[in-house]
Design a protein around this ligand. Structure first.
Ligand SMILES: [Fe+2]
Ligand SMILES: [Fe+2]
Length: 137
């Protein structure tokens, strides 16, 4: 049933966001060295964006009659800064694809506001990936 598929997809996105902001929080704390200072700042600043995405998703799951269920991936992030950036670019691209899928499901369910918000969050993640690509060189 479409509504349950949508709620499950939103819960998956919520867990990806919580996993992401925990990882960015750690990476923003962990990076040292003047040559990587702009990367450290980027992680510090992006935590708030990802928290905002997670807050929106959790509230929307409740309003659609679901339950937000947290089970984030707590594995340790890479130590090497280039490896961090490559990993996060790849994860941000996965988020873009998942949000575009959720936008389609929301559209099929007649939820225009959610469709637009999922497209907006897809655009945010695409911008994050592009920022990281710029920093990676
Ligand atoms: Fe996000
Ligand atoms: Fe992101």
């Amino acid at each position: 049933m479409a509504r349950q598929e949508l709620i499950d997809g939103l819960n998956k996105a919520l867990n990806r966001e919580v996993t992401t902001f925990l990882r960015y929080l750690l990476q923003g704390a962990q990076i040292k060295g003047a040559q990587w200072e702009s990367v450290r700042q980027m992680y510090v600043e992006e935590v708030a964006d990802e928290v905002g995405h997670a807050q929106y998703l959790a509230a929307k799951i409740v309003m659609l009659g679901g339950t937000p269920t947290l089970n984030p991936d707590l594995s340790a992030p890479p130590q090497d800064v280039s490896a961090m950036l490559k990993n996060d670019i790849s994860e941000e691209h996965k988020d873009v694809a998942h949000y575009l899928h959720l936008a389609e499901l929301a559209d099929q369910d007649g939820l225009a506001d959610l469709k637009m918000k999922m497209e907006e969050q897809a655009a945010d993640e695409a911008t994050h990936a592009e920022t990281m690509q710029r920093l990676l060189g």
